[in-house]
Ligand binder design. Structure first.
Ligand code: MN
Length: 133
């Protein structure tokens, strides 16, 4: 079964790169450029995983994670923060906001999929797509 991943990211370059990698591995990607849109798309699509940029306009990633985990019907969806802020202290803050983990920017295309795969629900980890060479 094809897993759906919601990407909440305002930076077009990062969004393009992440989408490119995920689609290459056979995942379906839904993209939101701000937190509010991300939350409504999470409600509408019930993705298998949410990739969340922390530095977002208006509503930052911490606030978005907090909102998402407050909702009973969304609570089970793992959230992985994608952040360049992952210094000591921020890790705790990311986890306290309700994220399952984080991936550091800049995105490394060679390791990105392996990093986020662990957060996908069992049975949705591999879509049978050919691995990158
Ligand atoms: Mn950003």
């Amino acid at each position: 079964m094809k897993a759906t991943i919601l990407l909440i990211e305002d930076n077009e370059k990062n969004a393009y790169l992440v989408t490119f990698i995920l689609e290459k591995y056979g995942y379906q990607v839904i993209h939101a450029r701000d937190g509010k849109t991300g939350i409504s798309l999470a409600h509408r699509n019930k993705p298998d995983l949410i990739l969340l940029d922390i530095q977002l306009p208006v509503m930052d990633g911490y606030a978005v994670a907090h909102e998402l985990t407050k909702k009973e019907e969304l609570r089970a969806i793992p959230i992985v923060a994608v952040t360049s802020y992952a210094m000591s202290g921020d890790r705790e803050r990311i986890l306290a906001a309700g994220c399952s983990g984080y991936v550091e920017k800049p995105i490394n295309p060679a390791t990105f999929m392996d990093e986020i795969k662990q957060y996908l629900p069992a049975g949705k980890k591999d879509n049978g797509a050919r691995r990158a060479q």
